[in-house]
Design a protein around this ligand. Structure first.
Ligand code: PMP
Length: 469
């Protein structure tokens, strides 16, 4: 199978694209526009690279979709999956039953996560994990007799998934516009985006300021009505927004002051991406719930869930009764088997330590060199996520009218050059972001940064020729 995928002559790309257009509605996609262009057909992966149906090799700077932490082509994961499928491909965890991989994985997750976590609720995705959070925190407050305490505070430009609760918790205006979201009981505050809102302040001052918006919102809603605050330690889909160091400790202080539960959505940040098993450890916070997905299986099989901290678990268990929530695939044995092998690889290859002490700092240093490019206003990174802002002029970093007109979609032009030159880099407006596989070596970091620079040069020449500089 693998060797056939390496033979582009076996693929009729035009025919595949035609079927794709005819029948496959892609997520977050303008179906008509894609039909006119034709999708790129990915056929195989190895390490940090993927190949398309025409044999073109691409360096996957996005780990698929922030998930392939251990890289592509891990035979031991496919073997673990195969063994589990042969033994017990499925059984549910409803009605007083359980299965071995789910038990083992729950135990393992509690071992590698911060000490307040001794319980895990499994779902099939990150979105379902956040739906679980919403229902679980409301159930928690109900059990304690605070039936009014149902409001969850989130942030603008957050991403928490695409289900109704996930998209409502998220702060993407484009998502809220479609389908009458957010649902009641979810409110949003500003994001800790220094470049956007930090004018006239130091980063640390701005971190405190951005956290104070939480306290303002709690007082506005009424502390007796606020159930929880949810945030991504580093916002991913919003454009790799790395908050000032002062932000999260202040958020924790405010949550503690009002007894508000703290939910860390670590769907991207977990499993070594920021150089810790969970980014909450990096930012010095003690969340009550952690959403996970993606890196738990490196995306090989869908799996997500919620780490349930003692504060919540004790109430749910002691005050008890059924929690009327769960999915067919909660604790799916095959997904859990994949996760166990994935975590074993992360441990064996010391990927968390490597990102913390070796490749993460190296990426930071190499990625920062891109800031001297005439098109780049700002480049920063945290562990194995990084981003740079494309600007019209390098006059000043913090919002001095250096941006391109968003309508020009310079980010998309840049993404096109990347894509066509063997590099996957995502565009969020004019911020170009990466989240490479954690197995990336120093030599591959050099290769990637050189590739990015080359594509920035091509974008620069193009934009200049169009007269936009
Ligand atoms: N939370 C965060 C922080 C995410 O980045 C994502 C996915 N990008 C989700 C939740 C949703 O996960 P899923 O797509 O698995 O539902």
């Amino acid at each position: 199978v693998k060797s056939a995928a390496a033979r582009p002559e076996l693929f009729d790309t035009a025919a595949i694209q035609q079927m794709d257009t005819a029948h496959y509605m892609h997520p977050f996609t303008d179906t008509k526009a894609l039909g006119e262009q034709g999708a790129r057909v990915m056929v195989r992966g190895e390490g940090i690279y993927v190949w398309d149906s025409q044999g073109k090799k691409v360096l996957d700077g996005m780990s698929g979709l922030w998930c392939v932490n251990v890289g592509y082509g891990r035979t031991s994961i496919s073997e673990a999956v195969y063994r589990q499928m042969e033994t017990l491909p499925f059984y549910n965890s409803f009605f007083n039953t359980t299965n071995l991989p789910a038990v083992q994985l729950a135990t393992k997750l509690c071992e590698i996560s911060p000490p307040q976590f001794k319980h895990v609720f499994f779902t099939g995705s990150g979105s379902e994990g956040n739906d679980t959070n919403l229902r679980m925190v409301r159930r928690y407050w109900d059990l304690l007799g605070y039936k009014e305490r149902h409001t969850i505070i989130s942030r603008h430009n957050a991403y928490h998934g695409s289900t109704v609760a996930g998209a409502s918790l998220g702060g993407m205006s484009g998502m809220h516009e479609q389908g009458g979201l957010p649902i009641p009981g979810i409110v949003h505050i500003g994001q800790p985006n220094y470049l956007e809102s930090g004018r006239g302040m130091t980063e640390q001052e701005f971190g405190i300021k951005a956290a104070s918006w939480l306290e303002e919102k709690i007082l506005e809603v009424g502390p007796e009505k606020v159930a929880a605050f949810i945030g991504e330690p580093v916002q991913g889909a919003g454009g790799v927004i790395i908050p000032p160091a002062s932000y999260w400790p202040e958020i924790q202080r405010i949550c503690d002051k009002y007894g508000v539960l703290l939910i860390a959505d670590e769907v991207i940040c977990g499993f070594g991406r920021l150089g810790k098993w969970f980014a909450s450890e990096l930012f010095g916070i003690k969340p009550d719930l952690i959403t996970f997905a993606k890196g738990v299986t490196s995306g090989y099989v869908p799996l997500g869930g919620v780490l349930v901290g003692d504060r919540v678990a004790d109430v749910l268990i002691e005050k008890g009764g059924d929690f009327n929530h769960g999915f067919t695939y909660s604790g799916h044995p095959v997904a859990c088997a994949a996760a166990l092998e994935n975590i074993r690889i992360i441990e064996e290859e010391k990927l968390v330590e490597r990102v913390a002490n070796d490749t993460g700092p190296y990426l930071k240093q190499r990625f920062a060199t891109l800031a001297d490019h005439p098109l780049v206003g700002f480049a920063d990174s945290c562990g194995f996520v990084a981003g740079l802002n494309l600007v019209r002029s390098k006059a000043a970093v913090v919002h001095d009218n250096v941006e391109f007109d968003p309508a020009l979609a310079v980010g998309m032009i840049c993404r096109g050059y990347m894509f066509n030159n063997g590099m996957i880099m995502r565009a969020v407006g004019d911020r170009m972001i990466i989240a490479p596989p954690l197995v990336m070596t120093r030599a591959q970091i050099d290769e990637m940064v050189a590739l990015i620079r080359h594509c920035l040069d091509l974008t620069y020449a193009d934009v200049k020729e169009r007269g936009w500089l």
